[in-house]
Design a protein around this ligand. Structure first.
Ligand SMILES: [Mn+2]
Length: 443
């Protein structure tokens, strides 16, 4: 049972950290950063000495850098490296990624839903919150952070028993509606900037929005439209119907309708989706510490986060433009985009995702995007279309290449990636092309 496992974990953790320093290592996405924020607060409240490091991924180099005389706490990472973490050092892991080995080394204590008798989908921030609450009931006011992390890992559509309990703990309001954000700003603006989901004829099209809102007789308050959260049931229904009419009939309605999560932050009602996107943006732009301070309630970090978020969106648009203007390797059912040093490695995956959801490439097209990261190359692959029935497996494709030229790969059938040495740039392209041409014959 989850709660039993957490109680056991907490007992050992509190015992080990006495008179020691804790070294917290968190993953750099929204889930990892909110998890780290929860533990920063928790450890501060315990009067515990600690330091923090936010990392993109746990590799050999990071493992070597771990201090030997401190208690290590991994948040949202570590499960895939249990063998490598085997040492004399006590290590605590709170994570939800696949576990690499069945046997847990003796120095490791781990909370991971995959290791429970009954699996329940929870993210690291939710597990961190439950652990924090077990340490002290006073930490109940950190529940909202786990809601932001959960949305960051896109788990908000499935509400299970534990998640429901966390939602009850958090001061969060849920409203059913159109899944675009931020739901707290005038509806015309929110529609204009909606990229997840991308609404054909609406996203980036003020004229289309004007016509849609006129058609459903959306009311204005003074000169501005109401925000999504202020719509009554009837208005929301009309809006949803009008938007669905503009989408492709093949798409599922559930992509567009769901729960809006409203949280109170700095004494303002905020859309948790927007906050989650802001944290993600800061981190990907290289400001993980600002994102963390923002989560901890620092007001100047909040202002800085907003500025970085604006810059991030400009970066995304500049990246899309760069890809559009520059040459790509076009196969019959694939495209290889090699951005080299022109696009940040931390946003190349986001760009590949946006391209896969847009109508730039035919449904089923494999998109491979590459960007430099110092002496390495980060590669992201996606399949174009919202629900393409592709018999291609991107994880297998990435694995098959790294098996030959080395590097790390991960992901799943529809979205996968890898990191390789820069010197293998041409070899990578050559191998992927061969593989894709060959598969084309086979399929
Ligand atoms: Mn996570």
């Amino acid at each position: 049972m989850l709660q039993k496992a957490i109680e056991n974990f907490v007992k050992k953790f509190l015992n080990k950290i006495k008179d020691k320093k804790v070294y917290v290592v968190g993953h750099f996405d929204t889930d990892g950063i909110t998890s780290t924020a929860i533990f920063s607060k928790t450890l501060t409240r315990l009067n515990q000495q600690f330091s923090i490091k936010i990392i993109k991924q746990l590799d050999k180099k990071e493992i070597e850098l771990l201090p030997k005389d401190q208690i290590i706490l991994f948040l949202d990472l570590g499960s895939g490296d249990l063998e490598e973490l085997k040492s004399e050092n006590p290590i605590f892991i709170i994570d939800h990624h696949e576990v690499s080995s069945k046997t847990i080394p003796e120095n490791i204590e781990i909370i991971n839903p995959h290791l429970l008798d009954k699996y329940e989908e929870l993210c690291a921030a939710e597990l961190s919150y439950l652990t924090s609450k077990t340490i002290s009931e006073n930490n109940k006011n950190l529940a909202y952070l786990s809601i932001i992390g959960m949305i960051g890992d896109t788990m908000e559509k499935k509400i299970n028993k534990t998640r429901n309990q966390i939602i009850n703990d958090a001061d969060v309001k849920i409203k059913k509606g159109l899944l675009i954000y931020p739901s707290t700003r005038p509806i015309d603006k929110t529609l204009e900037f909606s990229s997840h989901p991308f609404i054909p004829g609406i996203t980036g099209n003020p004229q289309g929005i004007y016509e849609l809102l006129k058609e459903i007789e959306m009311e204005k308050i003074g000169k501005t439209y109401k925000a999504l959260i202020d719509l009554n049931e009837k208005e929301m229904k009309k809006l949803v119907t009008a938007v669905l009419l503009r989408t492709h009939s093949k798409e599922k309605t559930s992509n567009y309708i769901g729960n809006l999560y409203l949280i109170k932050l700095f004494n303002k009602i905020e859309d948790a989706r927007e906050i989650s996107a802001m944290i993600n943006a800061c981190s990907r732009m290289g400001y993980s510490h600002v994102a963390l301070m923002f989560c901890m309630g620092n007001d100047s970090a909040r202002k800085k986060s907003k500025r970085i978020y604006v810059k991030y969106r400009q970066h995304i648009i500049a990246g899309l433009k760069y890809i559009d203007k520059n040459s790509k390797i076009q196969g019959r059912e694939y495209v290889i985009i090699n951005a080299k040093g022109n696009i940040k490695d931390t946003i190349i995956g986001t760009l590949a995702s946006i391209l896969s959801f847009s109508s730039v490439y035919k449904e089923g097209t494999i998109i491979i995007a590459m960007a430099y990261n110092e002496d390495k190359i980060k590669i992201s692959s996606r399949i174009a279309g919202r629900n393409p029935d592709s018999n291609r497996n991107l994880k297998k494709l990435m694995d098959s290449v790294t098996n030959v030229i080395g590097g790390n790969s991960g992901g799943h059938k529809m979205a996968a990636g890898c990191t390789i040495e820069k010197e293998h740039e041409n070899k990578f392209i050559e191998l992927v092309q061969k593989k894709l041409e060959f598969e084309l014959v086979k399929v």
